[in-house]
Design a protein around this ligand. Structure first.
Ligand SMILES: [Fe+2]
Ligand SMILES: [Fe+2]
Length: 307
């Protein structure tokens, strides 16, 4: 291990990190934190994708959804494998953690009830996931992760296009468009929330060149995709481009209280970020079921009774 000052001097010369011996304690800690969010997000999406099977998605889309689930398993494996190389116990991480210790977007915990919800989760959600990948791929100083993410990025682009074809199909009829709008109304703010609180003045992960964009940059990039895309389909989203700053601005109070049971936002009840974190830590309605499916698969495999 080296000191953080020594490491930062190397990184400033454009050098990459290849091995744990070249890291500082702090760098290793931040790298592991980021890997866990990336890995959990990929893996936890799989039971959510599985839940799409029974909500009226046209049969021709079911095999592509299974193919996406397989991609996400592969992406999760890449990130968890790097964590294992850095000394983490994977069995413990995957199968023995409480729901509150997992780190992934809150909308994965919501029950999916119809085709429109699946379409929006894929068309808007996959782009958010892809941004997370590109923020690392394009900027990370940890070379083994950078190399591994080339394939992941290509597959995420395919997932976004798939989601767009679902949204496009629904948007072509007034009934489908109304269903999409109902979904965007509750799901879009959850995606904006996913990027986290306003950027901090000093971000260790940026200082160590583990990533390039802060939370504000990420949210802007996301809005620059989602707002024009939704509007092109005839959907209304509560954000607009401010011509004077060339930045997107939200037209809703944010963060704000989410009525989980009814999938609606209480716009008259503004909350603090600590309230958002508390909701996420408590996890949502589907968390226990979906995580139990992951644990059950492991138990079956260990006992030799995997079906
Ligand atoms: Fe993925
Ligand atoms: Fe994906």
């Amino acid at each position: 291990m080296v000191s953080s000052e020594e490491l930062k001097a190397r990184l400033a010369r454009g050098e990459f990190v290849e091995r744990p011996e070249e890291m500082s304690e702090e760098y290793l800690g931040e790298l592991k934190k980021m890997l866990l969010v990336a890995a959990d997000t990929e893996f936890r999406s799989v039971p959510m994708l599985h839940s799409y099977m029974k909500v009226g998605v046209p049969a021709r889309y079911l095999k592509p959804i299974l193919a996406i689930a397989q991609d996400e398993m592969g992406h999760a494996h890449i990130n968890y494998r790097i964590l294992e190389d850095l000394g983490e116990d994977l069995d413990k991480l995957l199968f023995e953690r409480e729901a509150s210790q997992w780190a992934y977007p809150y909308f994965f915990d919501m029950p999916f009830e119809n085709f429109a919800e699946v379409a929006v989760a894929e068309g808007l959600g996959e782009f958010a996931g892809g941004l997370l990948v590109r923020n690392i791929l394009n900027h990370t100083s940890y070379a083994p992760w950078k190399r591994a993410l080339v394939k992941v990025d290509m597959e995420e682009n395919f997932h976004v296009k798939f989601g767009q074809s679902l949204m496009g199909e629904l948007a072509a009829t007034p009934k489908g468009l109304a269903e999409l709008q109902r979904t965007v109304d509750w799901m879009f703010p959850l995606m904006i929330e996913f990027f986290g609180p306003p950027a901090r003045a000093v971000d260790a992960q940026i200082e160590f060149k583990l990533k390039g964009m802060n939370t504000d940059d990420m949210r802007q990039k996301y809005l620059a995709y989602a707002v024009p895309y939704c509007e092109s389909l005839g959907l209304k989203v509560p954000a607009h481009l401010d011509a004077s700053t060339n930045l997107y601005v939200l037209d809703i109070p944010f963060p704000v209280e989410f009525d989980v049971a009814n999938k609606r936002w209480n716009f008259d009840k503004k909350v603090e970020w600590r309230d958002v974190f508390a909701r996420v830590k408590k996890r949502g309605p589907m968390a226990e079921l979906h995580l139990s499916q992951i644990r059950q698969g492991w138990k079956s495999m260990k006992s030799g009774s995997l079906q």
